[in-house]
Design a protein around this ligand. Structure first.
Ligand code: GDD
Ligand code: MG
Length: 334
């Protein structure tokens, strides 16, 4: 099975972390997000991945120069300019010479979803496209997908106002598509698969869906970027993972509570790190408190400072001694 993995977005909701690193290359525990995503696809039978990218493609190429990631063969399809989700799929599929049934996934989705069951259902019903659905509390941030009892899709509404969402089953960002879908996508302009292509296939009666209750999180926001890591520590996906890197240096008087401390990070005396992520090479000085927040790679938190409420420090950012930041982004973003 061949999969196109969409990784070309700007990751604006994760700025300032994504000002230097594309979203899917942000570290999750001990590896870039992308490696977790591709390893998940490989477990369900995907053996070739086409990375559909644009923004900071250099970072991906540098990380995987041999055309292999998590044991899967990698191809690169670099858009000259962002073509949006459908434009990106067509561009990548053609660049890789895909001419049979294929898979598409959003590269920021963390899931245990069984893509091979979506593949099977797709062939069973003879669909043109089959998408996985997951239930969420607030569907307004997602593509909302009502179906009939058999799973035939009745409509596709991208990010409707909460009160107008017809169901809480949403597009989980995993699709099985026939190559005929590519012909529906106009070239030379941005085309959204959610706003144009899927509604058109629905109108022709060719879109089907498979509901899944498997673990599923879109890691594209500060809250979910932290959550996917704490979920791994908490054992929500198999055995609990140890979030503290072997070569992190942690003062014996510091408290690390349900947090990730990545390689080369340093935590000072009496510092407290709770429900947070301290990235590679970051420094948390004596007596600082980090709670529900992200300290980016190489960032420095001054002595006695408090960083709480989903504060995010970008690559190499620094916070003065005795500062108190709640929900702050450093450096500031628009
Ligand atoms: N190559 C390329 N080019 N990739 C892109 C582009 C583009 O122009 N625009 C976005 N992407 C990539 C992003 O990097 C991401 O991996 C994926 O496409 C989806 O974009 P997001 O920006 O993360 O979309 P979203 O989270 O708001 O909504 C999408 O995902 C939800 C599930 O997580 C939609 O597909 C929703 O319908 C869906 O429910
Ligand atoms: Mg997303």
């Amino acid at each position: 099975m061949k999969a196109v993995v969409l990784v070309g977005g700007f990751g604006t909701r994760l700025r300032p972390l994504t000002s230097t690193t594309p979203k899917q290359m942000l570290p999750v525990i001990d590896r870039p997000m992308l490696e977790h995503v591709i390893a998940g696809l490989a477990r369900h039978g995907v053996d070739e991945v086409v990375l559909s990218l644009g923004y900071r493609e250099d970072v991906f190429r540098e990380a995987y120069p041999d055309g292999e990631c998590a044991g899967v063969a990698l191809k690169y399809a670099v858009e000259p300019e962002p073509l949006d989700t459908a434009g990106a799929v067509r561009f990548a599929a053609e660049a890789a010479g895909i001419d049979e049934t294929f898979i598409v996934v959003n590269g920021d989705v963390f899931t245990d979803l069984d893509v091979s069951s979506v593949w099977r259902r797709h062939h069973e019903v003879g669909a043109e496209g089959t998408i996985a659905l997951t239930p969420v509390d607030d569907p307004s941030r997602y593509g909302v997908v009502p179906t009939d009892a058999e799973g035939k899709v009745l409509g596709f509404v991208e990010k409707p106002p909460r009160e107008e969402a017809p169901t809480n089953w949403i597009n989980a960002g995993t699709y099985v598509l026939e190559p005929s879908v590519l012909q529906r996508i106009e070239t030379g302009r941005k085309v959204s698969i959610e706003r144009e292509t899927f509604p058109a296939i629905v109108a022709d009666g060719g879109l089907w869906a498979v509901r899944s209750e498997a673990y599923w999180v879109d890691a594209g926001t500060p809250a979910t970027y932290v959550q996917i890591q704490l979920d791994l520590l908490d054992g929500l996906r198999g055995d609990p993972v140890d979030g503290v890197a072997d070569d992190a240096s942690i003062d014996p008087s510091a408290v690390i509570d349900r947090s990730v401390v990545m390689s080369g990070a340093r935590i000072g005396a009496n510092a407290v790190v709770r429900d947070s992520v301290v990235s590679m090479g970051a420094v948390v000085r004596d007596g600082a408190l980090i709670e529900d927040s992200v300290v980016g790679p190489g960032a420095v938190v001054g002595t006695g400072s408090r960083l709480t409420g989903l504060s995010m420090l970008g690559d190499g950012a620094s916070v003065d001694d005795h500062a108190s930041l709640v929900g702050a982004k450093v450096p500031e973003v628009d």
